[in-house]
Design a protein around this ligand. Structure first.
Ligand code: SF4
Ligand code: SF4
Ligand code: F3S
Length: 267
């Protein structure tokens, strides 16, 4: 890596909450400072760059021309398509136009989080703005989906590290997710699994089962149907994850979790 030129990254933001960025900047392995200062050249990012206005817009054009076929397009959020894209105007244009334009010459396209991958809460029924996942508007290129709301920091930097190190996309599953992080369910590696197998469940938030750390399935845990690395990689540098904090998984990396009863829907 030391002898390699840093790969230009354009990080665009559509309809989103910016917590994917918040997650990314907390990566501990590798440290995000090493990613940003040694592995990639983060040339454009609406939320953290110093440039603004025409100066910022010029970076997009310059990158597209100078690094044609050699830059990574990382997308946080999604384009709303209703009313000709008027619900997200970026640099004077509908975000969807800017997104498609930068996608044309990208080496790789990453969909960060549930927003870019699936739509997320802004696409919840009846989805008045027609918030749309990016693979529905970029049709001619493979897209690496890194779902989660947000995705785990080390999963995000792990995907970037793979692409910059090997110069190719990681192996993806049928839904476009990197197999190295999304091939197992939370339930497969959950430390509460012995309680599930033994039929020991939390039935109320303050009951004996809750105090003993029993399984959260009856409290609505979606771990059995959720593919993500939380029970192995964990969060905050490997310290914990939602279930370890006492709350069931809401399936935040699964398509449609916002409309499928994930929020406090108990058995
Ligand atoms: Fe925020 Fe979730 Fe969207 Fe990421 S996927 S920008 S955390 S709403
Ligand atoms: Fe499975 Fe959830 Fe129970 Fe863990 S807490 S064993 S993920 S149902
Ligand atoms: Fe999301 Fe479930 Fe992990 S809610 S953060 S996929 S444990």
């Amino acid at each position: 890596l030391e002898t390699k030129e840093r790969v230009p990254v354009i990080w665009m933001h559509g309809l989103e909450c910016t917590c994917c960025s918040e997650s990314f900047i907390r990566s501990a392995h590798p440290l995000v400072k090493d990613v940003v200062l040694s592995m990639i050249s983060l040339d454009y990012d609406d939320t953290i760059m110093a440039a603004a206005g025409h100066q910022a817009e010029a970076i997009l054009k310059e990158t597209k021309e100078k690094y044609k076929g050699n830059y990574i397009l990382a997308v946080e959020g999604n384009p709303p398509l209703n009313e000709d894209g008027m619900f997200c105007i970026d640099g004077g244009k509908p975000f969807v136009e800017k997104l498609k334009w930068m996608a044309e010459d990208a080496m790789a396209i990453i969909a960060w989080g549930a927003c870019a991958s699936w739509g997320c809460v802004q696409a919840a029924k009846p989805n008045p703005t027609q918030a749309t996942p990016i693979d529905k508007v970029i049709l001619d290129k493979p897209i690496i989906k890194v779902p989660g709301c947000p995705p785990i920091a080390e999963v995000m930097t792990g995907v970037v590290t793979f692409i910059t190190t090997f110069g190719k996309l990681p192996e993806l599953d049928r839904q476009g997710r990197p197999k190295m992080f999304y091939s197992q369910r939370i339930h497969d590696k959950c430390y509460r699994r012995p309680h599930f197998d033994a039929g020991q469940f939390v039935e109320e938030w303050d009951d004996e089962g809750a105090r003993k750390g029993s399984c959260l399935y009856k409290m609505g845990c979606k771990g059995p149907t959720t593919y993500n690395a939380c029970s192995t990689v964990r969060w905050n540098g490997g310290v914990s994850f939602p279930i370890q904090s006492g709350h069931g998984c809401i399936g935040c990396s699964e398509d449609g979790f916002w409309d499928n009863g994930s929020f406090y829907d108990r058995l």
